[in-house]
Design a protein around this ligand. Structure first.
Ligand code: NAD
Length: 493
């Protein structure tokens, strides 16, 4: 990969690209001394201008027909398809995820945007009920200005998951991506914004101060947030004074339960499990972050797991076709994940390195971590209890189904989970797990289906994205009642 000149991203306010006084460099995690580009550090005043633009654009946009909105979104989809190779490359440079993974992220984003276009008319048209009791109309109205705030791990899919349904439902939006992967997503947003009237989709960049304005400004009617659970707590407080609608997609500590009837010699299943622990260097909200294995197969499982991991994991330059795992996105994350591993090791756990490092020199320079499996940790150790969000996973034994369910549910989180083994048995166990999604014999993005709702229980969030729910969360339900019997019989004259 040759070094390119840094690109410069602008904010987009009311259809215009805005140059800002201050900008933040975004480095390449593979070659940290290379600046991939600069993103603006917008001020609160600029954020307010973006909110005002979205607020002023809302009444006219909300009145447009659903056909017009779908037509515009479809044009944007085509343009994103045309630009995919260039944007995927940029994403890999600023994020560190391998090129196949960047292409995969854009692919899922397009799949969702197309699903949203195909279903918007039916889902948003509302309902009319007529009977001898009268007529009732249930309208799905746009809410207003949506503040979308997104994280660094899947910057494109977690932005398009919000943009497509919000705009199709007649809302306007101000979106703020994470400063840790601000570039590629800005290219996508520019493409979409250009297909819509001025002010419908606005883009601002920056740190928490921009986020605070977006979540407290009275003109914001809804917050669509994906990010950490602790950040969400600040957001809920900031939004409290003006009682905003909210969809919160937060952290997870997803359990994978491997039952005694799981076939440890099933190489494809073992490979799926390894991928569900380490794809995107483990930096996915819905990655399997703790693996519980029935004690009767534990030793054999660990042996075969390590074999499968050693085959699939090849750490190196994310632009190389041989590589399955690139660097971690940022140094803070490397240090955090390493601190969890060190803590477990200090307490007596065994840490085993997995796979191969393909380029040792590059590895030393970039934010790389060789994936590890941690054996013998305590159920309550931070490596098990906390969301690691990096390339390490603890494997622990359980005694029986009841114990496995208890362990899986012993968490403040409940995003996704998975059960591996005989289908019928797995289904029985799955029903008792507290999670927004439970997958059988697969996990993480391998089991994701944009047609169905996704989201968490407990402190993993509220509301559901994807599926028809993912469109309805951008609407207010307005019921218009025309009863035939206008006077209630039980109310005295
Ligand atoms: P983060 O919470 O640190 O940041 C997310 C976004 O919030 C960023 O744009 C950040 O600038 C902004 N922000 C920070 N402070 C803010 C404040 N006070 N007010 C408003 N906005 C503020 O999260 P991250 O480190 O970027 O992402 C990793 C986290 O996201 C993990 O916990 C992961 O599990 C979670 N995540 C969840 C899902 C899901 O669908 N449930 C998907 C991806 C990531």
């Amino acid at each position: 990969m040759t070094v390119k000149d840094p690109i410069v991203i602008d904010a987009i306010i009311n259809g215009e690209k805005i140059k800002t006084e201050k900008q933040a460099p975004r480095e390449n995690p593979t070659h940290p001394d290379e600046v991939v580009g600069y993103a603006p550090l917008n001020t609160r005043e600029e954020t307010i201008r973006a909110i005002d633009a979205a607020y002023d654009a809302f009444p006219a946009w909300a009145k447009t027909s659903i056909d017009e909105r779908i037509e515009r979104m479809k044009k944007a989809i085509q343009k994103i398809k045309d630009a995919t190779p260039e944007i995927a490359e940029l994403l890999t440079r600023e994020h560190g995820k391998p090129l196949y993974d960047s292409n995969g992220e854009i692919g899922v984003s397009l799949m969702w945007m197309e699903f949203a276009c195909e279903n918007a008319k039916e889902v948003l048209k509302g309902e009319i009920h007529e009977s001898e009791l009268g007529k009732t109309i249930i309208a799905r109205d746009a809410i207003g200005v949506v503040a979308a705030i997104t994280p660094w791990n899947y910057p494109i899919s977690l932005s398009t998951i919000k943009i497509a349904p919000a705009l199709l439902a007649g809302n306007t939006m101000v979106l703020k991506p994470s400063p840790l992967a601000p570039l590629a997503v800005s290219k996508i947003i520019e493409i979409v914004a250009n297909e819509f009237p001025k002010g419908v989709l606005n883009l601002v960049h920056g740190e928490a101060d921009v986020g605070v304005e977006l979540t407290s400004n009275p003109k914001i009617a809804k917050i669509a947030f994906t990010g950490g659970t602790n950040t969400a707590k600040h957001i809920i407080k900031a939004a409290a004074d003006t009682i905003k609608h909210m969809t919160l997609e937060l952290g997870g500590n997803d359990a994978a339960i491997v039952l005694e009837d799981f076939n440890v010699n099933d190489e494809r299943a073992m490979r799926r499990l390894v991928i569900s622990n380490f794809l995107t260097a483990g930096q996915i909200c819905m990655i399997a972050k703790r693996v519980y294995v029935h004690r009767s197969i534990y030793d054999e499982f660990v042996e075969k797991y390590i074999e499968a991991a050693n085959k699939w994991i090849r750490v190196g330059d994310p632009f190389s076709d041989d590589v399955t795992i690139g660097p971690v996105n940022n140094m803070k994350q490397v240090e955090f994940v390493q601190s969890l591993i060190d803590d477990a090791e200090r307490k007596g756990a065994k840490v085993i390195k997995l796979g191969k490092v393909l380029d040792k020199e590059l590895y030393e320079k970039g934010y790389f971590m060789q994936p590890t499996v941690v054996l013998g940790a305590d159920y309550k150790d931070p490596i098990v209890v906390e969301e690691q969000f990096g390339p390490t996973v603890p494997i622990l034994p359980f005694e029986d189904d009841k114990h496995a369910i208890e362990l899986a549910n012993d968490s403040i989180y409940g995003l996704t989970s998975s059960v591996w083994g005989d289908e019928e048995h797995a289904l029985k166990v799955a029903k008792h797990i507290q999670a927004g999604t439970t997958m059988i014999n697969t996990a993480a993005v391998q089991g994701l289906d944009v047609r169905f709702p996704f989201g968490g229980v407990k402190q993993s969030g509220m509301g559901r994205e994807y599926g028809k729910d993912g469109l309805l969360i951008y609407t207010d339900t307005h019921v218009i009642n025309m009863p035939k019997n206008l006077d209630l019989p039980y109310i005295p004259e």
